[in-house]
Design a binder for this molecule. Structure first.
Ligand code: GLU
Length: 308
């Protein structure tokens, strides 16, 4: 883990777990049942910690009130227990940490790094369509910055009237951090390029914090030294690295793993009928054999672990 003073960050983001040599986590969103791809990620994160005598933590990323369900939390616990993946310490629920996310947003707002965005999705799409050279980032077209240009009085008026998200003013944020940002990816230094994302949303209209904000705060709070997760989240790390710098948080090492793909080459997802852990259990699968096969990359017929 890169050592970086976390003193200012620790004033508001208290460290929940004692510092440990190695700590990893599995951080599912309870918006559906876990499938083989989740199990693979959980096994890798679990084994990474255990091989080093470290801690493996479980965090429930239930920040989206519209999509998170308690039944899926119970199912996650049942599935991990069935797989024999034991975790350390208390389960962390993001839904119980909203005041902390709020405080962090207040802190960024006080530094003039956030602005309210009143645009609807369709307004943003129309604006992008009308612009000849709208830049595209890793998460799609970059927000054109419409609400960044609002006057103070207009902003003040709209805040009273309209639902709004809070966006990071990327230009101002980059000016605030000293020097180029990097992270360590499986031993290799990667240059962070958060500017490719534009003014990312840090608090959504319908959820009190964005994934980017909550995950960055909680990885620091749980003392996570090594983030083992799928390559689908590699790009998001550019933004997380910037937030770590703005909030003076320690920088974990990252290990983005290849994704499990089905026979069609597509990565597993709920929508393409990935086998759920519950269905494998119901079909009489042996959890020990399943975990061993995930460890060895010897997957059930039709599945493979493959790079992009
Ligand atoms: N909650 C995210 C998901 O279920 C994972 C977050 C992370 O590992 O950083 O996709």
């Amino acid at each position: 883990m890169t050592t970086q003073a976390a003193t200012r960050g620790q004033e508001s983001i208290s460290v929940l777990s004692p510092a440990h040599e190695t700590a990893t986590r599995f951080a599912p969103s309870p918006t559906g049942p876990l499938h083989l791809g989740h199990a693979y990620s959980a096994v890798l994160a679990h084994d990474f910690a255990r091989a080093r005598g470290g801690m493996f933590m479980l965090r429930i990323e239930d920040i989206d009130p519209g999509r998170s369900r308690r039944a899926y939390v119970d199912a996650i616990i049942e599935d991990l227990s069935w797989l024999g993946l034991d975790w350390d310490g208390e389960l962390l629920f993001q839904s119980e940490r909203l005041p902390l996310y709020q405080q962090t947003l207040d802190r960024l707002r006080a530094q003039d790094l956030l602005y309210p965005c009143f645009c609807t999705r369709s307004e943003i799409a129309a604006e992008i369509a009308a612009s000849a050279a709208a830049p595209h980032g890793p998460e799609g077209p970059v927000y054109p910055g419409t609400c960044r240009a609002l006057s103070h009085s207009e902003r003040f008026r709209l805040l009273e009237e309209k639902p709004h998200a809070w966006r990071l003013d990327m230009g101002a944020a980059l000016e605030r951090v000293a020097g180029p940002l990097t992270w360590c990816e499986r031993g290799e230094e990667i240059a962070a390029e958060p500017e490719r994302f534009g003014d990312v949303v840090l608090a959504r209209k319908d959820a009190p914090a964005s994934y980017h904000l909550a995950v960055t705060i909680d990885d620091a709070a749980q003392g996570i030294t090594d983030i083992v997760r799928g390559k689908d989240l590699f790009a998001a790390t550019h933004v997380h690295r910037l937030l770590q710098a703005l909030l003076d948080l320690p920088v974990p090492d990252y290990h983005h793993h290849d994704l499990i793909r089905g026979a069609d080459g597509e990565r597993l997802a709920k929508r393409n009928g990935a086998p759920t852990i519950a269905s494998l259990r119901a079909a009489g699968a042996d959890p020990g054999v399943l975990v061993e096969s995930l460890r060895n990359g010897a997957l059930p017929a039709g599945y493979s672990v493959a790079a992009d």
